[in-house]
Design a protein around this ligand. Structure first.
Ligand code: KIV
Length: 277
């Protein structure tokens, strides 16, 4: 089965066909989301928070992302695989950005890379695109700038700030990105960006007018019921299901009910135990 290409994704915008993107970090989840028919799978640097347990995405390294991209790639038959460029893998220079992007493609098996930032990231995007690597931009709430933003805060609330976010999106398109994530911004700002860009916009906390939507897989599956930001909709509550299943397993082991004969192996002719006395 052919993987979804950048051309297929551009066509979806032209056809008004919404793009579905979700994060995944391992082979098992990748297999499931691919079977569900999602269009794009992002190995996000959100792995720093949901897989590694950090408070933000800053500790994630290029090797961390490359490893997870490689695992996810093995689980996909159809979905387009995007590798996130972690903090400090593209900020120092366009050359270093290209080297980092190349590693995610060559070692990880990604089909495109994503990097945060608008005007300031345009030279890095241009350099990567020039080398033939498709780039997904990411503007608005950019988690790698958590300290500069004073927290994970919605961007573009004032007129002046909204103009900055729109300028960032235009700069990403002009630099050659084929797609852009719009994160954490008022929906009218995302609507304006979506109508002004010819590349598809994928929203997260950016309202319904984007050309597609992305969520972190564990958020939409309800792995952590204590975490419920406004932009997340839970399509399952697996925290309850998983804890229930683990408790049932523990109880059966402790009561000697598991494993039963149906989970155990037999020899055709059971060995007689010789009597010693
Ligand atoms: O790292 C990530 O998972 C992301 C998405 C939330 C867009 O950047």
């Amino acid at each position: 089965m052919a993987r979804i290409s950048v051309l297929d994704l551009r066509k979806k915008k032209a056809d008004n066909d919404k793009i579905v993107m979700v994060t995944a970090y391992d082979y098992t989840m990748a297999r499931l989301v691919d079977r569900a028919g999602v269009d794009m799978v992002l190995v996000g640097d959100s792995l720093g928070m949901v897989v590694q347990g950090h408070d933000d995405t800053l500790p994630v390294t290029l090797d961390d992302v490359a490893y997870h991209v490689r695992c996810v790639d093995r689980g996909l038959a159809r979905a387009h695989l995007v590798a996130d460029m972690p903090f400090m893998s593209f900020q120092v220079s366009p050359e270093e950005a290209l080297r980092s992007a190349g590693r995610l493609m060559q070692y990880g098996g990604a089909q495109s890379v994503k990097l945060e930032g608008g005007e300031r990231s345009a030279p890095a995007i241009e350099r990567i695109v020039e080398a033939g690597i498709p780039v997904v931009g990411h503007v608005g709430l950019t988690p790698q700038s958590v300290h500069a933003m004073g927290g994970f805060k919605v961007q573009g609330r004032s007129d002046q700030d909204a103009e900055r976010v729109v300028r960032d999106a235009l700069a990403v398109e002009a630099a050659g990105a084929f797609c852009i994530v719009l994160e954490g911004m008022p929906m009218d700002v995302a609507t304006e960006i979506t109508s002004r860009l010819s590349i598809p916009t994928i929203g997260i906390g950016a309202g319904p007018s984007c050309d597609g939507q992305v969520l972190v897989c564990y958020d939409l599956l309800g792995f952590d019921l204590a975490f419920k930001p406004r932009f997340v909709k839970r399509f399952a509550e697996l925290e309850t299901t998983i804890i229930g299943a683990m408790e049932a397993f523990a109880a059966e082991v402790r009561q000697g009910e598991f494993p039963g004969p149906e989970h155990s192996f037999r020899r055709k002719t059971p060995r007689k135990v010789a009597k010693l006395y």
